[in-house]
Design a protein around this ligand. Structure first.
Ligand SMILES: Cc1cc2nc3c(=O)[nH]c(=O)nc-3n(C[C@H](O)[C@H](O)[C@H](O)COP(=O)(O)O)c2cc1C
Ligand code: SF4
Ligand code: SF4
Length: 269
């Protein structure tokens, strides 16, 4: 049996879960192929079951995953999909929302659930939930891994679970998606670099999933193709990337440096 694991991860939480799922499946004699959404080709996904692991973004799935799923035809042998979200605060009906879209396109969605992981977004206008310190972060991740194992066991046992169908989940998800697009536009326009902090190492440009960042003698420039994934903001080693001038205050707007297990983030260039 082969399972394909498709994921996108900004700051490493989803990558950690996807790798953990692969190891967990491997320990049960099941071959699992890992596919990172930005770098994979849909043709590489050929297994009997596709498991999509995603961070919740404004009660939806990140664009790079939506793009792969849009290009992937259910007739290519992957008619069954399980959706495993992870979120820092509230997932709402994210998986159910995507399930509706996938079913219309001919997929059989067999499982929808999510796990809690550390919050990786703390920016002006979206900072009610602080980024956890190391001890809290490790506790959240340990619980997240355990829940992932329970989900994987359920999927393998052929159970069906569709979490996020309650009225509050739907209302929360719907209202968040409504506010999210306008907020994204505001955030996109607020990106800047603190020239006093930036050492022009180019790391942000190598991290950016859309190639939206240029670093040269003139400094750092952002193009018009930002997903607001917060990779550059969170992972700049100098905390030089700002989303609004207030985010210069790194005590108040703390960056999330990843799951803290020494994993390097995926580099794109
Ligand atoms: C742009 C963006 C939007 C987010 N929106 C939500 C959200 O609506 N609800 C939530 O609970 N967490 C939200 N988060 C937090 C992430 O889902 C969470 O921290 C996740 O574990 C990050 O995974 P990653 O490190 O693989 O990117 C958001 C994060 C980002 C960067
Ligand atoms: S990663 Fe940070 S320090 Fe390095 S070039 Fe980008 S903004 Fe400057
Ligand atoms: S510019 Fe920064 S936030 Fe925008 S897509 Fe690139 S890495 Fe993500």
């Amino acid at each position: 049996m082969r399972i394909d694991l498709l994921y996108f991860s900004s700051t490493g939480n989803t990558r950690l879960l996807a790798e953990h799922a692969r190891e967990w499946l491997g320990g049960r004699g099941i071959h699992a192929e890992l596919h990172e959404a930005v770098t994979t080709e849909p043709a590489a996904i050929v297994g009997g079951l596709l498991i999509v692991l995603y961070p919740v973004w404004g009660s939806d799935m990140p664009g790079p995953l939506q793009d792969v799923l849009d290009r992937l035809k259910p007739t290519s042998g992957n008619a069954k999909i399980a959706l495993i979200g992870n979120c820092g605060i509230f997932t709402g009906d994210t998986g159910i929302h995507r399930r509706r879209i996938l079913r219309r396109r001919g997929w059989e969605v067999v499982y929808v659930d999510h796990v809690m992981m550390p919050v990786n977004i703390n920016i002006p206008g979206f900072n009610l939930w602080p980024v956890p310190g190391p001890a809290e972060r490790d506790g959240i991740i340990a619980a997240g891994r355990r829940k992932l194992e329970r989900i994987m066991s359920g999927i393998l046992a052929g159970e069906r679970r569709f979490s996020g169908r309650g009225p509050l989940d739907r209302l929360g998800g719907w209202s968040q998606r409504a506010f999210y697009e306008p907020a994204l536009q505001l955030w996109r326009e607020s990106f800047a670099v603190d020239a006093g902090r930036c050492v022009r190492c180019g790391f942000c440009a190598r991290l950016c999933p859309t190639g939206n960042i240029t670093v040269d003698e003139a400094g750092v420039r952002f193009g018009g193709d930002c997903l607001v994934c917060t990779r550059c903001y969170n992972l700049c080693p100098e905390d030089a990337v700002l989303i609004g001038p207030a985010s210069r205050d790194t005590g108040r707007y703390k960056r999330y440096k990843g799951p803290g297990d020494g994993r390097r983030p995926q580099l794109y260039r």
